[in-house]
Every structure is written in structure tokens, then in C-alpha cells.
Design a protein around this ligand. Structure first.
Ligand code: PMT
Length: 226
């Protein structure tokens, strides 16, 4: 078969965990290492794709991909939205904070008489905003999300697929042994908005990446043939 089914396609891929500043030295973060996303970029290049990566972590250059480093969800939101028009596919593998600190302190918070109260406000949903932007501007871009779940993984994954209005979702139960945050392997379901469902038992993150990219190829070739 075709060894480079993504040749001629531009992908926009986010990876890593966002950091929400509390003050100049502290942040609210999460356990994403970026490994699953880096595996996606690497496999996408092997399959012939080029594009842009919006990342919160440093990683080795991948041919054909430009990397933009960001830290917070707001920065990621801006970069992703601005690169959508030239992209054929968006893959949101980043673990994005749902909330940020409302008023980050401009100088280091000192230890005082009482514990500081940190007020949070909601971050924009990058994936949901991208999906509505694509629809309202008639962009030819297929959308892929991830769902990191600790309970009722399939049910919650399906809900996110429809709520965010995307084409594909990769659902991982991050409590399964050897899968999810930080590990070199993962175990997932890949669900399509048309009802398709594929289970991939514990496998290298590169294998998960390739399966997800081949599912993306099918949708791209159907919706937007080259
Ligand atoms: O980086 P690793 O250590 O290799 O770990 C990989 C991973 C576990 C981080 C990855 O496989 C994964 O599940 N990534 C998504 C993590 C996440 O934020 O899931 P969520 O269920 O909270 O969000 C659902 C989807 O909406 C995700 O595609 C997310 O990028 C997106 N989102 C979430 C919140 C937000 N404000 N904006 C978003 O776009």
C-alpha cells in the first residue's frame, strides 16, 4: 500500500501539559510528559506529513515540523487558532488546564500569617473553539482530541467527542497500568463521530500514534480528497 498516506497534508499538533502561573516561580501543572504527542509528530513525519507543533516541552527536531513553544492554555489557544487556516488536521494531545489563576502575583508570594487563597477562572476550550472556528469559516480541517479519564472512560470519551464537535477522539484510561501520563506505552479506544470504535491494548506510544494517524487518513481522504 501507500507508505506515505499523509504526503501533501499539513498537521497542527499540540503536546505537553500547560502551566498556569501562580507567581513568577510557581505554577499549576499536570503530569503530561509530552511523550504521546512526540510519538504522533514522529510517526506523522514518517507517514509524509508536515506542519506545526505547539508544545510546552522541548524535544528533538522532527523533519518537516516547526515547533512553537508555549506555556499556558491561553498561549496555546492563540497559537492553535492562528494556525488552523493552513492545517488539514488538528490533533490536540496536550493536557490543557481547564482553569487558570485569575490574578497571578507579579512578585513571589511570601510566606505569611495565613495560607494564600488562589482564585481560579475557566480557560477557553481550545478544541471546542477550534471546531466551531473550522465550521463557521468552512475550513477543511479534521479534528482529533484525546480524553484522559480515570473512570467510565468510554462513556466520558463519547461525551467529549460529541460535546466538542470533533471527528475523532482517543480515549485513555490513565489509571490502567503502564498507560497514560509519563509512560512509554498506552492503551486506548479510538472513537469516530460516525460511530467507529477501535480498541488498542497496551502498546508503544508510537503504535498508538500510527493507528490514530491512519484513522485520520481515512477521514481526510473521504472528506477532503487530494
Ligand atoms: O504526555 P504523556 O505523558 O505522553 O501523556 C499523554 C496524555 C495522557 C497527556 C495524552 O494521551 C492525553 O490523554 N491527552 C489529553 C489530556 C487532556 O487534557 O484530556 P481532557 O480529557 O482533559 O481533554 C479533552 C480534550 O480537550 C483534549 O484533546 C484536550 O487537549 C482538549 N482540551 C481540554 C481543555 C481545554 N481547556 N482545551 C482543550 O482543547
Amino acid at each position: 500500500g501507500d507508505s506515505q498516506p499523509l504526503k501533501g497534508r499539513r498537521l497542527l499538533i499540540s503536546l505537553g501539559g500547560t502551566r498556569e502561573a501562580i507567581d513568577p516561580v510557581r505554577f499549576i501543572g499536570n503530569r503530561s510528559s509530552g511523550k504521546q504527542g512526540i510519538a504522533i509528530v514522529t510517526e506523522a513525519a514518517l507517514l509524509g506529513a508536515v506542519g506545526v507543533v505547539v508544545s510546552t516541552v522541548d524535544f528533538a527536531r522532527v523533519d518537516g515540523f516547526e515547533t512553537i513553544r508555549v506555556e499556558s492554555a491561553l498561549e496555546m489557544h492563540q497559537e492553535i487558532l492562528s494556525h488552523l487556516p493552513e492545517s488539514d488536521g488538528l490533533i490536540m494531545c496536550a493536557a490543557v488546564a481547564d482553569y487558570r489563576v485569575k490574578n497571578p502575583a507579579s512578585i513571589k508570594i511570601k510566606k505569611g500569617a495565613s495560607a494564600p487563597q488562589i482564585e481560579l477562572i475557566e480557560n477557553p476550550d481550545i478544541l471546542a473553539d477550534s471546531s466551531s472556528y473550522i465550521k463557521s469559516n468552512d475550513l477543511k480541517c479534521v479534528t482529533v482530541g484525546f480524553a484522559a479519564e480515570t473512570n467510565d472512560a468510554l462513556l466520558n470519551g463519547k461525551k467529549k467527542l460529541s460535546k466538542k464537535g470533533i471527528d475523532l477522539i482517543v480515549v485513555n484510561d490513565v489509571t490502567e497500568d503502564g498507560s497514560g501520563f509519563g509512560s512509554d506505552s498506552n492503551a486506548v479506544w479510538i472513537l469516530g463521530s460516525e460511530g467507529s470504535s477501535e480498541r488498542i491494548d497496551l502498546a508503544k506510544k508510537s503504535k498508538i500514534a500510527k493507528s490514530l494517524l491512519l484513522s485520520l487518513v481515512k477521514i481526510l481522504d473521504l472528506k477532503f480528497p487530494l
